[in-house]
Ligand binder design. Sequence first.
Ligand code: ATP
Ligand code: HMH
Ligand code: MG
Length: 548
Amino acid sequence: MDCSGLLPSSRLFFYQNSRVLSSQLTSTRRRTRTFAALGGDCAASVTKDHSMMKIPHVLTVAGSDSGAGAGIQADLKACAARGVYCSTVITAVTAQNTVGVQGVNIVPEEFVAAQLKSVLSDMQVDVVKTGMLPSIELIKVLHQSLREFPVPALVVDPVMVSTSGDVLAGPSIVSGFREDLLSIADIVTPNVKEASALLGGMQLATVADMYSAAKLLHNLGPRNVLVKGGDLPDSSDAIDIFFDGEDFHELRSSRVKTRNTHGTGCTLASCIAAELAKGSSMLSAVKVAKRFVETALDYSKDIVIGSGPQGPFDHLLRLKSTSCHSYRPDAFSPSDLFLYAVTDPSMNKRWGRSVTDAVKAAIGGGATIIQLREKDTDTRDFLEAAQACLEICRPHGVPLLINDRIDVALACDADGVHIGQSDMPAHVARTLLGPNKIIGVSCKTPEQAQQAWIDGADYIGCGGVYPTNTKANNLTVGLDGLKTVCLSSKLPVVAIGGIGISNASAVMKLNAPNLKGVAVVSALFDRECVLTETKKLHAVLTEAKQMP
Ligand SMILES: Nc1ncnc2c1ncn2[C@@H]1O[C@H](COP(=O)(O)OP(=O)(O)OP(=O)(O)O)[C@@H](O)[C@H]1O
Ligand SMILES: Cc1ncc(CO)c(N)n1
Ligand SMILES: [Mg+2]
């Protein structure tokens, strides 16, 4: 199919030769035989407007993996994880899973050409990364497109054999790589089997062989070579050999013990491309990419996806925290504020109990949300306490919030934070924590409540309602102040400050529809039996709720 039919011809003409040079790729040493980039015109004028932002852009030309561990899907995830835009030209659709490759359907040449033209004629691609190129004809199509639409850099991952041993591009492809792509590649990244195939079947069994292969491959024309040793037999480290034509670098990382290594090669190449698009030098791009793969493998070593011998890993380092053990279906429900327990290390110390025992007892008594307020606790101890408390809270579906410390909340993947007026602004916390975490803000006035809403908070903590010893120099707002804040905001409110069994009912009788509960410290934790006190308070609140 001819894609020019899709565009008005004048527009197509307009787009031809539209290129913006970005990053230092263009200013670094480039051989004349690599693609010379053309100067700007219409697209350049767009990016000259300083209110517009040029986004680093990788185009991957690769195959689809239905299991989404490798190929196009790995490339998209790797670029997303590295903060780079990724467009996609699909060369083949594979039926693939953790067992192996069950089928390959090659996309017709004309349609690969059409995809290439669509992307390259319009979008400002910084780096093209190639993966599965299953026929010599497709290599020719790519070569031709890159002539027509030059790009600043080309990363060639010469995909031939997957780690599962399945052939993704037959031996006839070798001449295509050698004749058309290697000479224009800024880097080529074969695994040991692919390096062997590109070198006519050379034996590659040791690290020394990888050095020799890197040198011989460099003679075929790429500016840099990375021979990847992920599949090197009998090696306890994951060793890759980088050669830039002058110096060798032996890049080592510890070998992560995991079955989840499907797509490491695609990910590594995409990550190299992403770093280049951001302006990195080649060696630092390769080092960052290798560290990224190692980190992602280590994070994902225990996850189970599929039943075959080789599983995918988690590029975004997110899946474990949303697994069935720890997933709370609702990010935040205002009814969680009903009986809000706030811990205090000095009270726990006074009564000789650990924070975990305190949290267990509070949940046992009916607390609906827990806030860890570990003032003056070392960061390391705070994090350990938070991790231990999360293990208690999660099975009960009780959210755990961290007071003040966004870093601790992020580190332990807590359910959210509670922040005061002098802590980090709520909108910054929201950016750091993402859309799903709970953010509560202490407010004493309608203005502060308004700001909390604007900043994306989930609830307001309003107080001190009554005088309290827990917080020094705390201004008491009283029931009137609480009511004013409740009426001024759409956000759910929890009342705090000097509230206990004797006065909780009076607070709830305020009858503001968005007043959802009370937060308590001393009334639960400065007592001998947390369980009993929590139960009593729960009963009082339940009764108050039932009153007309
Ligand atoms: N178990 C592991 N632990 C740490 N790093 C690894 C491991 N396995 C592979 N790597 C690294 O991952 C990168 C990709 O290497 P590998 O040799 O597996 O590529 P590949 O065979 O092309 O991958 P695939 O075909 O699975 O996409 C290399 O940097 C390699 O060192
Ligand atoms: C589509 C595709 N590309 C690359 C690889 C290499 O891992 C794979 N398994 N599948
Ligand atoms: Mg591998």
